[in-house]
Design a protein around this ligand. Structure first.
Ligand code: SF4
Length: 232
């Protein structure tokens, strides 16, 4: 995608949603970190359901340690992989207490040294809590980057590096949210809703679905519902 088109791509997404935010619910940076760790391979909706009661009780690493692993497990048992996530949250809370005075560090290396915290989680925390220009490439951003031609890459890290290079100044902090929300609600995995996509003319995807009810095919033109004519 050309430089001017990339600017226009984000300008439109920003115009539609000027203050994008994560859909995870949290009251402070520690709760954000815990929510992001719990959200691995789970939906934000599912995590929010479990954390509403948990976060009324637990706002700090010390309070999490007081709750204990079994207590935490009871709160999060509806979330996938809850046993290993409970272990990680207790272990990372111990480290935050012991090495960081109970605070979440604003540093990628320190964050990724915590159990259960990978590069993507660290990037979300740095972006959402500290306003850093980081690009946490999840499944949605990976798909949108590759489909549109905005940031192509075979791995999440390769897409992240492309985004670091290409996203223009005014949009660098919000880009991560705009791309996730765009992927979650419009550029969906199974059938992208190109017919209502605000950046359809800028997108390089070859199998656009240009009418509701149409289907995508592996390559070439969009497939429209039978009886309709091509809109492209
Ligand atoms: S036109 Fe379709 S494939 Fe391209 S970004 Fe929009 S929804 Fe995704």
């Amino acid at each position: 995608m050309k430089k001017d088109d990339i600017f226009e791509f984000f300008r439109r997404l920003a115009e539609l949603n000027p203050s994008p935010e994560t859909e995870l619910e949290f009251g402070n940076t520690y709760q954000l970190l815990v929510a992001v760790v719990l959200s691995a391979q789970s939906t934000d909706v599912g995590v929010n359901k479990a954390t509403r009661a948990l976060f009324r009780e637990v706002r700090t690493p010390a309070q999490m340690l007081a709750l204990g692993e079994e207590g935490l497990r009871q709160h999060i048992r509806t979330i996938g992989l809850f046993n290993s996530k409970a272990k990680n949250v207790i272990a990372l809370s111990e480290i935050l207490e012991r090495e960081h005075g109970g605070e979440v560090p604003a540093d990628r290396d320190a964050l990724t040294a915590l159990p259960g915290v990978g590069r993507k989680t660290a990037n979300v925390v740095l972006n959402c809590a500290f306003g850093a220009e980081t690009f946490a490439v999840d499944t949605h951003i990976f798909r949108v980057g590759n489909r549109t031609g905005l940031a192509r890459g075979k791995t999440p890290l390769a897409v992240e590096k492309q985004l670091e290079k290409k996203v223009p100044g005014p949009f660098r902090v919000g880009a991560h949210h705009w791309l996730i929300l765009h992927g979650r609600y419009v550029c969906k995995a199974r059938t992208p809703e190109c017919w209502r996509c605000p950046v359809v003319d800028l997108c390089a995807y070859k199998s656009k679905v240009l009418q509701k009810g149409g289907k995508e095919r592996a390559a070439g033109k969009a497939v429209l519902p039978s009886g309709s004519s091509s809109a492209s």
